[in-house]
Design a protein. Structure first.
Length: 204
């Protein structure tokens, strides 16, 4: 995943302003992007009118998202959510997990990115797998297959049999994600399994 810079955000805001449009940031992994850029989330999203981000994914909560905006916008969003049946009662346990994710996980994201880079470097050395290291800036790692060398479906399935779960092949591309429960040792174990499977998952 390649991050959008503050300068690019400013350019988008200028375009939106010229056309009298609001700028919304769908920041599912905004904390990962901010960490990669070495800035705060507030700085990265300063040009936006509204922001949405996930408490799951990069932050590691079991479920939940947040929407940030002006008081007027949030009031309207609450009302529309209720009209559409999106309210949730007795949500304190879920909210507690989200608070923990917000407080405890951001400092761990840098290690997620380091582990992702270890994974990128290892994948680049596996024959039959194709990866662009420069395009992998956060904890999401995408790679392709030399289909004459590796059967993607076999590769994903045989990795799962070895306890390594990766994104299923989509148009010849798989996705791997590191997070705060994945250690450097886990990355090395995954790479060992990938090297083994790359030899076994030959096309029929």
């Amino acid at each position: 995943m390649v991050c959008t810079s503050v300068e690019e955000m400013a350019n988008l805001a200028d375009v939106a302003a010229r056309h009298n449009l609001k700028l919304h940031v769908d920041g599912a992994r905004i904390f990962n992007a901010a960490t990669r850029l070495g800035i705060g989330v507030q700085e990265l999203t300063a040009q936006a009118d509204t922001v949405q981000f996930c408490l799951s994914k990069g932050l590691g909560a079991p479920v939940g998202s947040m929407v940030v905006g002006s008081q007027k916008f949030i009031k309207a969003a609450h009302r529309k959510r209720k009209i559409l049946g999106g309210g949730m009662r007795q949500a304190g346990v879920i909210a507690a997990a989200g608070l923990i994710a917000l407080k405890e996980t951001p400092p761990l994201i840098e290690e997620d990115h380091r582990n992702a880079q270890r994974l990128v470097a290892g994948i680049a050395d596996i024959s039959g797998l194709i990866i662009d290291p420069d395009a992998m800036e956060t904890n999401l790692v995408f790679f392709r297959y030399e289909e004459d060398t590796i059967d993607p479906h076999k590769f994903v399935r045989q990795l799962a049999e070895r306890g390594v779960l990766i994104g299923s092949d989509r148009k010849g591309i798989s996705r791997v994600c590191t997070h705060h429960q994945i250690s450097a040792d886990d990355v090395q174990s995954a790479l060992s399994a990938m090297r083994e499977v790359a030899v076994a998952a030959r096309p029929d």
